[in-house]
Design a protein around this ligand. Sequence first.
Ligand code: AVJ
Length: 326
Amino acid sequence: MTAAASPAVAQQLDERVSAAVREGLTARPKRLPAWLFYDEAGSLLFDAITELPEYYLTRTERGILTAHAAEMTAQAAAGARLRIVELGAGSADKTRLLLKAATELQGAVQYEPVDVSASALEAARERIEREIKGVTVTPRVMDYTDGDGSRLHLGPAVAQERRLVVYIGSSIGNFEPHQAAKLLRRVRAGLRAGDGFLLGVDLAKEEAALLAAYDDAAGVTAAFNRNLLVRLNRELDAEFAPEGFAHCALWNEAESRIEMHLKSRSAQRVHVGALDLTVEFAAGESIHTENSYKYRPGQVEALLAEAGFRGGNVDGCAGVVCGVPG
Ligand code: AVJ
């Protein structure tokens, strides 16, 4: 069963999409927010990206979790009972490694995935409860990026329990550094002494490897990028010709980020019906659709320390488990 979004939730999303598209396409340079990628088709395209030979992120993170899930959960539990909360859980595919380790450690575990997609959460709950004995899933539909500077609501703090908040997949890479810092502070404010945080980030590496990961030979990332335009055509009655825009991925060394753009192949005018808006493009003009920040060694640790965590790096890799000082 897939949980359909309630009409009220669907309408809120429509309004959020309209506002973001109007703002982004009237800005100079033009931009669209990366969260717009994830409609149904976009989520499937992203799943396909994670299996591409060039997209090293998912494979690398799965490797780290496979090697260290037992160590990570034991360290986070520190002898107490562990409860796992995951931000932006999506399909929760890699989290299964942690849940398995937690059930091996303590027999049973409570798992609270948080995501904006009710249908993704429901599918994850069904699959996890069926496949991993001992896991009780209580999904929460919430936009964890919402809420200016306030404490992140992480569900009940239960006496004698420690929470491990999991934020993996390099999702934090989509945030500007100051936004990332703010999110970490909000997570910290939602935790108590002794709780833990597991963060998966991608590090800067050789440019060729980065570019290949965001411009794969099979063209899946290009389709993922252009799907934005397909989505605007469907949801906002826009008249984009997706092939009239080139997929473009570039490495911005100064900002340490991969950027994705959709570059107009010609001078053109595109009408967006639902917004009563006509957007003009010069030949070669682009819409900036994503930033994916790649951290430098030491940067995440510094960000975490500033947010009030004390850290332990796992295996010198991209995974960081840290605790709240008690
Ligand atoms: C889901 C944000 C981690 O930045 O690598 C994949 C999204 N964009 N290919 C990333 C993405 C293009 C991805 N994150």
